[in-house]
Design a protein around this ligand. Structure first.
Ligand code: NCD
Length: 304
């Protein structure tokens, strides 16, 4: 009933979600499409509650925008002026929120806490990110972008998960999705941010040999462990692309650079407009994909 981690999803569920989302994006009358696909949902009577105990721009706003575009309503919980300030427990807060909405999107800094939350409430909960644990809807968006670019051949692509491989929850969730679809991937980490106990860590000098189709870049998660600087040669800019990515792939538009955002210095803004830079376009898709996730959850389309 709740969407907390990637292991709850099947390939069939995910491909269904992607196909519906693509149709929704292409539909000349998106609202009519939703009404047709989800006849009994009555979205105008549904309320989405967002409760973010950790900062967010994209995840919170895209879920809220998605619900509003679907014709539903949104309630935003703000911990700063809530009864948490009077000592109310987290559990009591969630028990309260469930009375005011039909579906909850929650983000929290504690790994695994969303499992506990989904057991406290009867309402469906979507994990908007739990510490360095998981961020399933972001990973679905990332895989959706890969699927949209490469079509059914996406399963034959090679992905490099790049950056803060030990702390990024989006890398954690995306790697699980890649495992599910049996897609080949490697980790290329900033110093000290390796995927521990994993043999697919590679060094920068081998990137060209790996010949990746996708680099999934992440920022240094300084809020989780003490920060360190990104080596200059790991900052992705024009020179980096020319040095490490096959010319052929760039020329034929067969390479994709993704990032969940926010970014710091790890991707130079001078390459934002390149055909291979997919991170801003992903934000546009995120509203469609999250609209579809809301509909699937309220309609019990996922077998969760
Ligand atoms: C990510 C997150 O919060 O985990 N951002 C997002 O949801 N788009 C990535 C990050 O914070 O680095």
């Amino acid at each position: 009933m709740s969407l907390i981690k990637i292991s709850q999803l099947s390939k069939e569920n995910i491909l269904l979600l992607f196909n519906y989302t693509k149709k929704y994006i292409k539909s000349p009358k998106p609202n009519v499409f939703i009404k047709l696909m989800f006849k009994d949902l009555q979205l105008e009577n549904k309320i989405l509650v967002t409760a973010f105990f950790e900062p967010s721009t994209r995840t919170q706003l895209s879920f809220e925008s998605a619900m509003l575009r679907l014709g539903g309503k949104v309630l935003r919980f703000n911990k700063e002026n809530s009864s948490i300030k009077k000592g109310e427990t987290f559990t009591d807060t969630i028990k309260t929120l469930e009375n005011y909405g039909d579906i909850l999107v929650i983000r929290h800094s504690e790994n695994g806490i969303l499992d506990t939350i989904s057991n406290i409430t009867h309402k469906p909960v979507i994990n908007g990110g739990d510490g360095s644990g998981e961020h399933p809807t972001q990973a679905l968006l990332d895989l959706f972008c890969i699927w949209l670019k490469f079509g059914n051949d996406f399963v034959n692509k090679t992905i490099v998960l790049y950056g803060d491989c030990s702390n990024s929850r989006t890398i954690a969730s995306l790697s699980k999705l890649l495992d599910l679809f049996n897609i080949k991937y490697y980790y290329l980490a900033y110093p000290g941010r390796y995927k521990i106990n994993n043999y697919s860590n590679i060094a920068l000098e081998y990137l060209k040999d790996i010949n990746p189709d996708v680099i999934y870049c992440t920022r240094m998660q300084n809020e989780r462990t003490e920060g360190c600087n990104i080596p200059r040669d790991m900052i992705i800019n024009q020179e980096f692309i020319e040095k490490h990515i096959s010319n052929e792939k760039i020329k034929n538009n067969e390479f994709l650079l993704l990032h969940p955002l926010p970014r710091n210095e790890e991707i130079d803004s001078s390459i934002d407009k390149m055909l291979y830079s997919g991170y801003f376009k992903a934000m546009d898709y995120s509203v469609y994909l999250r609209s579809m996730i809301i509909c699937f959850m309220l309609n019990n389309t996922f077998d969760l």
